[in-house]
Design a protein around this ligand. Sequence first.
Ligand code: NAD
Ligand code: AHE
Ligand code: ZN
Length: 370
Amino acid sequence: MRTRAAVATAAGKPLEVMEVNLEGPREGEVLVEIKATGICHTDEFTLSGADPEGLFPTILGHEGAGVVVDTGPGVTSVKKGDHVIPLYTPECRECEYCLNPKTNLCQSIRSTQGQGLMPDGTSRFSTLDGDPILHYMGCSTFANHTVLPEIALAKVREDAPFEKICYIGCGVTTGVGAVINTAKVEPGSNCVVFGLGGIGLNVLQGLRLAGADMIVGVDLNPARKEMGERFGMTHFVNPKEVEGDLVPYLVDLTKGGADYSFECIGNVTTMRQALECAHKGWGESVIIGVAPAGAEISTRPFQLVTGRSWRGSAFGGARGRTDVPKIVDWYMDGKIEIDPMITHTMGLDDINKGFDLMHEGKSIRSVVLY
Ligand code: NAD
Ligand code: AHE
Ligand code: ZN
């Protein structure tokens, strides 16, 4: 079939909206019509050329929601008409990783996914001239139709609006999940969140849900103060307005250091600050931000010797097929908010405007509606 897609032809270039060919689903695969997709900072990161796994030409996008249109042979867990959220972290429920309760990082298709290919090593997308176009993070939600393995689809309730729940495909689950699944924050904790964008605001609402006491947000953009307060932030710190070093300022503010800190920027300097503002003896710092190719983190080992620990969280530690439908329920039950974070919507033809708004710091989430 043919479908419309925003194609990333090369690093650093605007996306090009065009008709592409899409082959139907093979064994264990599913054809999905994407109804809405968010634009995450990770799409921008890969498009910029900073992602060591970034390959071109490709169809980016990994924060979508849609409807099953067709299924390949052997598919049993979803059927035509089901509402689904694509999962860049699949859940096969069989691999060594899925069988280990300590991780959500299913590895059953990770190597082909990282090469922009389906599990059988081929791509379903091509140009109208027949040149292959790569998949991205196993999702490619910047195409109106896409093909995914069934293990990479969470089936969700049908009364949930696509244009909101697409955000659960990455940002919401990543932020809320990092608090609940990864850090397992206890009520009464003092916490610091670096970066109050599409991920950091969801960390804030996760902390509110977990019953954290002090919730400090750190961002260079003053407009994020009001937004952060809406999602439970109790104190805002703009590093530009702090006299002297940020770390001792945060340690003082949290009366000895954060029980938990979260880095939601992707900057190795703020990763170090997040670790070092954690409480001596027990403070845990969770890295969520994705740093550019070649970047490395550093700190004095004494920071760890004296009881701080450094951790990371991918997709909020969530097992997608199991946890994503529950997060959709939380949204539908009013337990978490999504609507105010979706600051802009646009059609596929205007997708590059979504990237501009992100660069300008004007949007939290832009959502493309098909
Ligand atoms: P975003 O652009 O919406 O937000 C980033 C925020 O950080 C902005 O508010 C910006 O003003 C602020 N900021 C930038 N530099 C800063 C600095 N030096 N000090 C303080 N604040 C600063 O991005 P996002 O969509 O929220 O994504 C955040 C990061 O999380 C990205 O690196 C993204 O790739 C990553 N991410 C990781 C996962 C995961 O599973 N680990 C999932 C999604 C996104
Ligand atoms: N390809 C990059 C790393 C990208 C990365 O860290 N991705 C996160 C999800 S970001 C979603 O917005 C993730 O889940 N990683 C786990 C995985 O297996 O990719 C690089 O540095 O090579
Ligand atoms: Zn993302």
